[in-house]
Write a protein that binds this ligand. Structure first.
Ligand code: ASP
Ligand code: MG
Length: 390
């Protein structure tokens, strides 16, 4: 909903869905770059930015959207009422700027629906168990939508975005990338966790846990997009379904860590307690009782991660902490990998043929990720897309 025109277009679409006879609940996100602008403004005003105040600030963006959309709906003769996250009964924990939903009390939304009125809910926000306004982390409107859909037992949660679905790779990097008609929750989860920017990770977790069918589609063309469903319901049984890439992480390495039981436990406990979400971890073989440990973390958490890691390095007697901000991660995702050996070898061969050095590797049953130099990321994605004939 970038501008007034778009808001009227969305209102028109909602009005048509409603007239078709569907009960609809709408969750909206902030207009255009509003959230980014508010984040910037906070930075211009303050060096400390208390998280509680950041949340109060950011929720304003979605409030603007819900009220304007309801006004546009009123002009079309559709009865609609706006709700903040708090009014919609979205109760979260107290972790400001990345709160988790703990409960939804949708009674106001249900009575609104029962009265034939369209509830329009501000995405990305809730109220904490301590009654403060919270936000769910960037991209959190998806999570709001899925959570509301789950709590109402909706048939489908349609997520309208600026792309027409989930693609076999980012079409800006691989122009021949295809739209995937159906993908499983697990694959979508791995995609979102490894740099796929289409859906917020939390929203996919929620959808999988509560079995909410998702339909990711474009709010520009309204054409059918990608369905995210249970694995049995996916039609394509490709070995590799998609290739994702992520340049938003940094690598931190602790050098010469004493190799004793309990040291890694201590390091990662301290880092976790500081709220840093770490991802890949690699530990070297021990040489003379010492080892190196590297891990990746979001770039956004770099300052915090570095501070905490340096503290903990001193505590355990590691010699030094190095941070590397020029890494990129490329991942292959596919449920078919479980039963097809050789995918890893083909991936490594493809990277080798393009002279790409692999710095870290991590795998799950349906994903293989490699950390490489960030400047080789696009080449890697293109080469793998071709090697696996996506
Ligand atoms: N407005 C929030 C953000 O930009 C939430 C969202 O877009 O889903 O992150
Ligand atoms: Mg957004």
């Amino acid at each position: 909903m970038a501008d007034a025109d778009r808001i009227r277009t969305v209102a028109d679409y909602v009005a048509r869905s409603k007239r078709r006879g569907d009960d609809v609940v709408v969750v909206v996100s902030a207009m255009g770059k509003t959230t980014d602008d508010l984040v910037r403004l906070a930075g211009d005003v303050s060096a400390t930015i208390p998280p509680r105040e950041m949340d109060m600030l950011l929720t304003a963006g979605e409030r603007i959207s819900v009220s304007l959309l309801c006004m546009a709906l009123a002009d079309l003769g559709v009865a609609a009422e706006s709700f903040t996250g708090s009014q919609a009964g979205i109760i979260t924990d107290t972790d400001h700027t990345k709160a988790k939903i703990v409960e939804i009390k949708p009674d106001r939304i249900k009575s609104c629906l029962a009265a034939g009125v369209v509830p329009v809910i501000a995405g990305f926000q809730g109220v904490s168990t301590e009654r403060n306004v919270t936000t769910l982390g960037r991209g959190g409107s998806d999570t709001t939508a899925v959570a509301i859909a789950a709590s109402l037992g909706a048939t489908v949660c349609e997520i309208y975005t600026d792309v027409s679905g989930v693609f076999t790779a980012d079409p800006r990097v691989v122009p021949s990338a295809r739209k995937i008609p159906r993908i499983s929750f697990d694959e979508m989860l791995e995609l979102s966790a490894s740099g796929g920017r289409v859906l917020a990770l939390r929203s996919v977790e929620f959808a999988r846990n509560y079995g909410v069918t998702l339909h990711v589609r474009s709010s520009f063309t309204w054409e059918p997009g990608t369905w995210v469903v249970e694995e049995e319901e996916t039609m394509e049984q490709a070995v590799v379904s998609a290739i994702s890439h992520d340049a938003s992480e940094v690598k931190l390495t602790l050098l010469k860590v004493p190799d004793r039981p309990g040291v890694a436990a201590h390091i990662f406990r301290v880092i976790a307690d500081a709220g840093v979400n770490i991802d890949m971890i690699v530990q070297n073989t021990s040489i003379e009782g010492h080892t190196d440990i590297s891990f990746t973390a979001p770039k956004l958490d770099l300052e915090l991660a570095r501070r905490v890691t340096e503290d903990v390095a001193r505590q355990v007697g590691a010699s030094e902490v190095i941070s590397d901000t020029t890494i990129g991660r490329v991942s292959l995702i596919g449920a078919g990998m479980r039963s097809h050996p050789g995918v890893t070898a083909t991936m490594f061969e493809t990277l080798a043929n393009h002279n790409i050095n692999i710095e870290m590797i991590s795998t799950s049953a349906i994903r293989i990720s490699c950390v490489i130099r960030v400047e080789q990321l696009e080449t890697a994605v293109q080469a793998l897309h071709e090697a696996f004939s996506l």
